[in-house]
Design a binder for this molecule. Structure first.
Ligand code: ADP
Length: 418
């Protein structure tokens, strides 16, 4: 075959690697290219089976499929075995006078091998199989050119086979992850449901008792009520993320004033900020900051950001809450000059249960849910939330909320989901 045609054929096979959806078909095309380019009668691939410690035919021409596909070839006493063990190519001009030829396969396939060329298939330098071509046309001799061609095709076949194995593994892992995620969601749903009832009873009775008993027990009962309420918040956080993921969460949307929400949230954290010695400030633009939203959910999102900003800012620090209008959106930022977040952790802060410091060593409470809840609440409205931070300098958490409400099915068309 003339040089140009050979090159075109090789190029075609190499290109096919990128679009090889079906590995079997791709290997078939490699085998026919090998047959053509080396002027052989047949070509085949043997893969090494690490458990059985032998080679097996995994790709053969269609007319041998019935007889030798899957057939085993021992490492000892076969040309393919020799190539595999030595990691070197082989050319046998006349198999009838070479003891390395394994005759059993010819018997099975009713084929008569006269000459052969075989090369090892390597992945990262380790042999994974053998690629061979048999019976050079016109009783010719295989040359170093044939070896080079076969080596090239063997590499492509090895990559395709390896990719197929890896893709299958990834698919398997994905299925496992989906199943684990389902089990985790089920666990969270059941646990939070089961905890809610007794907790409601504890809160109810404690509140009742507080009314009934004298002031001397107020402190103890307040502690019970405060901690039970905290537990309730945690359970609500767990189930709100989960409900959203299942699409079970409902929005009660109406026109709400963002300025009002910011004022309310700032007021509710004033006491915490004072105790910590952190100055809390707001800058609300004079524009009309009305959004179509579920005010309670936006307040939860903003509260979680403000709570974090105060928590992760040392005494003497500052927290600024800004609300302003941008085209089509209301933009709210919570800016602090606290401890900041390492760049490597920044992409993960919105993940559920993620905390920069390990749960065991950190000084602050929390379960790593606040930001994931905030993200859920904002994205439910077709909005977007993100964080910028410099470690040791401070953090800036910002969210955008569309001025007009977007129906859930339209969310995919929002500018953030391109
Ligand atoms: P948690 O309730 O445990 O604080 P969050 O989801 O609210 O969980 O936050 C996750 C983690 O992100 C926090 O534990 C903290 O390490 C980091 N983080 C969040 N906000 C800030 C902030 N303003 N400054 C520094 N770190 C922050």
């Amino acid at each position: 075959m003339e040089y140009k045609k050979r090159f075109a054929r090789l190029l075609e096979i190499t290109r096919g690697l990128g679009s090889a959806g079906d590995v079997e078909k791709y290997l078939e095309s490699i085998l026919s290219a090998a047959t053509e380019l080396t002027n052989s009668e047949v070509a085949s691939i043997l893969e090494y089976d690490d458990t059985a410690k032998e080679l097996r035919f995994t790709a053969v021409p269609w007319f041998h499929r019935e007889t030798i596909l899957g057939a085993k070839v021992p490492l000892d006493g076969s040309a393919a075995g020799w190539v595999f063990v030595q990691g070197k190519p082989i050319i046998i001009g006349d198999v009838s006078s070479d003891v390395r030829h394994y005759r059993q396969i010819d018997r099975l396939s009713k084929f008569k091998t006269s000459s052969l060329v075989a090369v090892p298939m390597l992945v990262h330098g380790s042999p994974v199989g053998v690629f061979e071509a048999l019976n050079k046309a016109d009783n010719g001799y295989y040359t170093e050119d044939d070896v080079a061609l076969l080596e090239m095709l063997a590499s492509l076949a090895a990559i395709a086979m390896r990719t197929d194995v890896l893709e299958r593994r990834v698919q398997g892992s994905n299925n496992e992850i989906t199943e684990l995620d389902r089990l985790k969601s089920e666990f969270i749903a059941i646990t939070s449901h089961e905890l809610r009832t007794p907790l409601g009873l504890i809160l109810g009775h404690a509140t009742f008792l507080r009314e009934m008993v004298g002031k001397e027990y107020y402190e103890q009962l307040d502690a019970i009520i405060r901690n039970a309420s905290r537990l309730k918040e945690i359970i609500e956080s767990l189930s709100s993320v989960d409900n959203y993921q299942k699409g079970a969460s409902r929005l009660r949307q109406r026109k709400v004033s963002m300025a009002r929400i910011v004022e309310d949230v700032v007021a509710s954290f004033q006491e915490m900020a004072n105790q910590k010695g952190v100055k809390i400030r707001m800058e609300v633009s004079k524009d009309d900051l009305f959004v179509d939203a579920d005010g309670a959910k936006i307040a939860i999102a903003l509260s979680n950001l403000v709570k974090n900003a105060i928590t992760f800012t040392d005494q003497g620090g500052q927290v600024l809450i800004k609300a302003e209008l941008t085209p089509g959106y209301v933009k709210v930022s919570v800016i602090d000059n606290g401890v900041g977040i390492p760049t490597s952790d920044l992409p993960r802060v919105f993940e559920r249960f993620f905390q920069v410091e390990s749960h065991l060593t950190r000084r602050h409470g929390g379960m790593g849910l606040g930001l994931s809840v905030a993200k859920v609440m904002i994205e439910m409205h077709g909005g977007r939330i993100w964080a910028e931070s410099v470690e040791g300098k401070g953090s800036n958490f910002t969210f955008l909320l569309p001025l007009e409400s977007e129906p859930a099915e339209k969310q995919a068309e929002s500018p953030f989901y391109s």
